[in-house]
Design a protein around this ligand. Structure first.
Ligand code: GAP
Length: 441
């Protein structure tokens, strides 16, 4: 695809997201706030499905992990110990004339003038990405705290409590999904880089000698998660961090990258954090953050393998990968070919028209399917059936159930229409629920 086609694809996707209620510009009626986005009704369902799939895969379907939900604002000392207060910085340069700001490491080497106005640039200075806030009514340095820039530290400081309360021993992991905040110098590319976002992080504690094997294991597990949710294999790759790009805590990191319309970009990093964090917190607090190794008969601080993904980035990648335009005989249709597990609405119940003969049966079917409590189901009897199919295609609904006059007058059967193939199958109302269950499995 050419660059202009890629821009056009993003324009179309951003427009669909707003029109259909996936993602809205944040604070829009006040003129917006740079790179801030709000998830609308369908986006909320999609994002929730992404998080639920992750939780199911990383926590519910395993014996060696547990979940956690820690506070966003923590004791500020934590960020001194973790190294973020001193080192979580990006190199910032600023145009002396128009005051446009750039990340020095994202400019081509040798760039000396502003890309906008050609004005001179300041030398780079380290800009800390953490958002400052104050706890309590007095805004002085004693009350200063930070919004967390990663959820991981909430896990490290709960390591001992979790170990004791769950009677675990490494290898075992603690998973958490939650908001993180970074005062990014150059946010952009829709929801790819924002200042407020959600992370899905697992800190997997392992015996130090097993770190390399567990690192490989988690890279493969995480790739499989994206593949099982339908991401095209050719759009994913693994990239090793070069030694000069590793975070201050990492011995090795492998990124899972996705081919976004603007090029390859990080979806998730899987880092070997060694014993850096637990050791640092143990040294700072005097609390032992280790476990007793029965074989070696000694206390050991475990190493940590950390798969850390962005909920918003994963959601965006699923949307981009699913976006499809198809030529029909005389028209075109836009289809979001989302995996069934991710689709915001699983089943749409569509009477052929709003009609007193059809409505009671259609409502009855809707309530039966909705009351199963397992799927988001939509009832829609407005506009022509063709337009309603188009809308359901555009929001990625895998199955539409149509109730027509034969349903009530002839055969007590309905038509199931499949999103991707547009194939239509007639089934009796009594078989509808098991048929939907099979088709959505
Ligand atoms: N605890 C490790 C850590 O935070 P990271 O690579 O800085 O590592 C992990 O972040 C993931 O969080 C990234 O792979 C990305 O998906 C997401 N992420 C990071 N910064 C983001 C931003 N500004 N906007 C959206 N997502 C972001």
């Amino acid at each position: 695809m050419t660059a202009s086609n890629n821009n056009l694809l993003m324009e179309k996707l951003v427009s669909l997201c707003k029109r259909r209620g996936f993602i809205f510009p944040g604070s829009e009626i006040y003129g917006g706030l740079g790179s801030s986005w709000d998830y609308g009704p369908l986006g909320t369902e999609l994002k929730r499905n992404v998080k639920n799939s992750w939780w199911q895969n990383v926590v519910h379907q395993r014996d060696d992990t547990v979940g956690l939900d820690s506070a966003i604002i923590m004791n500020p000392e934590i960020w001194n110990t973790s190294g973020h207060a001193a080192g979580f910085t990006d190199p910032l340069v600023e145009c002396k004339e128009c005051h446009e700001r750039y990340r020095a490491d994202q400019l081509e080497s040798g760039t000396e003038a502003c890309l906008k106005c050609n004005g001179p640039l300041t030398p780079p200075r380290n800009f800390n990405l953490m958002f400052k806030t104050f706890v309590g009514p007095v805004e002085d340095s004693a009350a200063q705290a930070w919004l967390r820039p990663e959820t991981a530290q909430g896990i490290f400081v709960n390591f001992a409590n979790t170990l004791v309360s769950t009677r675990r021993k490494p290898p075992f992991g603690i998973a958490q999904i939650g908001k993180a905040f970074r005062n990014e110098i150059t946010p952009g590319n829709f929801t790819y880089r924002t200042r407020e976002f959600e992370q899905m992080e697992l800190e997997f504690f392992v015996p130090p000698e097993d770190d390399v094997a567990w690192h490989e294991y988690w890279v493969q597990e995480r790739i499989n998660w994206y593949l099982n949710l339908g991401i095209t294999a050719d759009s994913l790759r693994i990239r090793d961090h070069a030694s000069d790009e590793l975070a201050h805590y990492a011995k090795a990191t492998k990124d899972i990258e996705f081919l976004f319309p603007w090029g390859w970009g990080e979806l998730e990093g899987i880092a070997n954090r060694t014993d850096f964090d637990l050791k640092a917190h143990s040294d700072a607090t005097g609390q032992s953050l280790d476990y007793f190794d029965e074989v070696k008969k000694e206390r050991i601080i475990p190493y940590v393998i950390e798969p850390s993904g962005g909920v918003d980035r994963a959601t965006l990648a699923f949307l981009i990968d699913a976006y499809t335009e198809e030529k029909q005989e005389n028209t075109e249709r836009t289809v979001l070919k989302l995996d069934n597990k991710l689709a915001p609405v699983k089943v749409a119940i569509l009477p052929l028209s709003r009609n007193e003969k059809l409505t009671p049966t259609a409502r009855n079917i809707y309530e039966t399917v909705r009351n199963l409590g397992i799927w988001k189901v939509e009832y829609d009897d407005s506009q022509s059936i063709g337009r309603r199919y188009r809308r359901q295609d555009e929001i990625g609904t895998p199955l539409c159930v149509t109730i027509d006059f034969d349903t009530v007058e002839l055969d007590q059967s309905v038509t199931i229409r499949e999103r991707d193939t547009m194939k239509q199958t007639r089934v009796s109302i009594s078989d509808l629920v098991p048929t939907l269950q099979t088709m959505l499995a």
